[in-house]
Design a protein around this ligand. Structure first.
Ligand code: HEC
Ligand code: HEC
Length: 250
């Protein structure tokens, strides 16, 4: 094989390579921009979580393959707060490519001891309102996979300032009946004529609206109190570390 032949073979390749690389980095740039505008509000601008799951980890629970990831970006995850989108296929693949790069980071170090956190959880009676492994109350969300759904920072905030971010589906109602009974509860169902809610005692109530004197919807209010005063910073770390360890696989 003579030199000229080799060059004529390699030259076009060498010319194409930078173009291919810059197309790739343009796609990554687009993915990053779209991520920041479409996803960052829930997943954090760096993808390391917020109200949405932490995406900056090597393995994702639902997005187990590139195909699954793209399908999640298009359709969301039904039954969760992860919404679908109206992005074009090329935008979807740009975002997906960008999301994959988020996982190439050192795993987040969470201070605190999950074992001690489990004891704190039990001693503070969190289970009166929350179910874990099928045990506990139903006033608050099930916590089985809370560590996979939310980030550490969000969970910390949930403990010290529960009203900062109230999950979808938890609307606090304050109800006074015409015969003078008053209730606080979480709405279960409502239509034009009736309302059903779970009082803090756990009991389900149902009223016709014309039986009610007032029906107040307290958006962004929560029956969960702040635990800031009750927990030392060390105990908060332990409890957050415990919640982060709940990935729904036990
Ligand atoms: C309104 C808030 C919100 C927005 C906006 C949002 N997400 Fe999510 N996302 C969530 C929540 C909450 C979850 C966790 C769902 C669950 O498992 O309960 C989630 C889960 C995911 C998962 C699955 C993670 C896993 O562990 O497999 C991926 C991937 C994801 N989101 C990507 C995106 C991308 C990309 C965007 C932007 C196009 C986006 N999300 C926009 C809230 C959001
Ligand atoms: C009086 C009932 C009650 C008690 C006790 C309670 N919670 Fe909650 N919790 C709720 C309710 C209702 C919500 C949903 C509204 C909100 O976000 O504040 C919630 C939300 C949460 C969330 C956020 C869930 C999500 O998906 O966003 C976490 C985490 C949590 N609680 C942990 C705890 C821990 C840990 C304890 C014990 C230290 C505790 N809770 C005690 C009622 C309670």
């Amino acid at each position: 094989m003579n030199h000229r032949f080799l060059i004529s073979l390699l030259l076009p390749l060498a010319l194409c390579l930078p173009a291919a690389l810059s197309a790739q980095s343009a796609q990554m740039e687009q993915g990053k921009r779209l991520f920041e505008s479409q996803c960052g509000s829930c997943h954090g601008p760096l993808g390391n979580g917020g109200k949405g799951a932490n995406l900056a980890q090597p393995q994702l629970r639902h997005a187990t393959s590139d195909q699954a990831l793209q399908s999640i970006i298009r359709r969301g995850i039904p039954g969760t707060e992860m919404p679908g989108s109206f992005l074009t296929p090329s935008q979807v693949s740009s975002i997906a490519a960008y999301v994959r790069t988020l996982g190439r980071v050192e795993p987040e170090q969470i201070p605190g001891d999950a074992g001690r956190g489990a004891q704190t959880y039990a001693s503070l009676n969190c289970q009166t309102c929350h179910a874990l492994g099928g045990q506990g109350g139903i006033i608050g969300p099930v916590l089985d996979d809370i560590g996979a759904r939310r980030s550490a920072a969000y969970l910390r905030e949930a403990l010290v300032e529960p009203e900062a971010s109230v999950p979808r589906g938890f609307l606090q109602l304050r109800v006074v009946t015409k015969d003078g009974r008053a209730f606080t509860g979480i709405r279960v169902n409502e239509d034009g004529f009736s309302v059903q809610f779970r009082a803090l005692t756990g009991r389900l109530h149902s009223f016709w609206k014309d039986e009610l004197e007032t029906l107040d919807k307290e958006w962004q209010r929560s029956p969960m109190e702040s635990y800031e005063a009750e927990l030392t910073p060390g105990q908060t770390d332990d409890l957050v570390s415990y919640l982060v360890s709940l990935k729904g696989d036990t």
